[in-house]
Design a protein around this ligand. Structure first.
Ligand SMILES: Cc1ncc(COP(=O)(O)O)c(C=O)c1O
Length: 391
């Protein structure tokens, strides 16, 4: 059967082959340690689960408004005002089926053929294909030489008369880099001058390690906020990846247009998942759990960075947030063609699974997720060190 050109051009997930290999080895009884998870290894807090179960029991099993319930939108606004320092109203909010869906709706609403969208690399895997699907061109700006952080000078060089958008992701997947206010101000100033819309993917904003602090580009000034769309969601903060709840906050006319798009595709996000998300935003108990987990991630970050630095030929810039470590494997690229070959070697010889950097636009890096126990981090990195020493 003929597959449409649009869908034929969508790249398959690079990690699927990896997952298949890990499953095959595990089926053979081999104890593979996985560092590939893109989700917290913790469970969703009980209060949130109870809220969703209770909601189901109360018969909350019907359609909700397309862009989410008013109660949830109001809770998003309250949480937003608390954390970002300025107020938004429910008409600035749309709830979608995960932050990925929020981004998809936003890109489709804003961009089309002829547009260019600046996307710093290393990037989260889905930005470039999603931008391409709209017909727009992702303009990849490599930040590896600049310590993995986009600088205003790089943005200035990438801007053309066609530039319509820029993606900022802080803390970043896969690098863990966190922008500070000054760095963002320089970039935002360019965006204002050239009328560029900012997409700020803040999904890891609650997983930031001291002394770093989360600061969103939208908080710079009301002018910048007007040009910015915030992407957020329940997945990473509240360990709710399976619930599929994402938020987009921004200009009300664009939000309304996104609701039109959503009304002709998924309709509303799951009714009782919205009730769970509501509980996550208003519960003090849940906030305490989030903070406790943040500290655990910070300890794991310290451990994994120390263990990576013990491995000759690998270099890492300490991640300031998220749950990813993204070392370079420069010291091994004389023996491996690229990160894919390196990754295959680690699976076979160290029984350790990591994600090759190719998918993130950095073929000389690999991604370790530290959403796993300290014991696994100790053991896994020891195995990596040993396997590489025997090359
Ligand atoms: C940077 C970034 N943005 C967005 C998402 C999408 O999250 P979700 O669709 O689970 O809400 C992810 C998930 O891995 C991510 O890493």
């Amino acid at each position: 059967m003929k597959i449409s050109r649009l869908v034929s051009n969508i790249p398959g997930s690079e990690t699927l082959a990896l997952t298949a290999k890990v499953n095959e080895l595990r089926a053979q009884g081999k104890n593979v340690i996985g560092f590939t998870a893109g989700e917290p290894d913790f469970d969703t807090p009980e209060t949130i689960k109870e809220a969703a179960i209770d909601s189901l029991r109360r018969g909350n099993t019907k359609y909700t408004p397309v862009g989410g319930t008013m109660k949830l939108k109001e809770a998003v606004c309250e949480a937003f005002e608390r954390d970002y320092g300025f107020a938004v109203s429910p008409e600035n909010v749309i709830v979608s089926c995960g932050a990925k869906h929020s981004l998809f709706n936003l890109f489709f609403t804003l961009f089309e053929e002829g547009d260019e969208v600046i996307c710093p690399a290393p990037y989260w895997v889905s930005y470039p294909p999603m931008i391409e699907m709209t017909g727009a061109k992702p303009v990849i700006v490599d930040t590896r030489e600049a310590g993995m952080k986009l600088e205003a000078g790089m943005v200035a060089r990438a801007i053309t008369p066609r530039t319509r958008g820029i993606v900022i992701n802080s803390p970043s997947n896969p690098t863990g880099m966190v922008f500070d206010r000054k760095e963002l101000e320089e970039i935002a100033e360019l965006c204002l001058r050239h009328d560029i819309t900012i997409i700020s993917d803040d999904i890891y904003r609650k997983i930031v390690f001291e002394p770093n602090e989360f600061f969103s580009v939208a908080s710079i000034s009301p002018e910048v906020a007007k040009k910015t769309f915030i992407i957020d969601g329940s997945s990473k903060t509240y360990a709710m990846t399976g619930w599929r709840i994402g938020f987009c906050i921004g200009d009300k006319d664009v939000i309304k247009a996104m609701e039109r798009l959503q009304s002709q595709s998924t309709s509303n996000p799951v009714s009782f998942a919205q009730e769970g998300a509501l509980a996550s935003l208003v519960s003090d108990e849940t906030a305490a759990i989030v903070e406790k987990r943040r500290k655990i991630f910070q300890q794991r970050r310290d451990l994994i960075v120390r263990k990576i630095r013990e491995i000759p030929g690998m270099g890492i810039i300490e991640p300031g947030g998220s749950f990813y470590a993204f070392p370079s494997i420069d010291g091994y690229l004389d023996r491996f063609k690229d990160a894919n070959a390196f990754t295959q070697y680690l699976i076979e010889h160290a029984l350790v699974a990591v994600v090759p950097g190719v998918a993130f636009g950095a073929p000389d890096h690999v991604r370790f997720s530290f959403a796993t126990s300290e014991e696994n981090i100790e053991k896994g990195l020891d195995r990596v060190k040993e396997a590489l020493a025997s090359l």
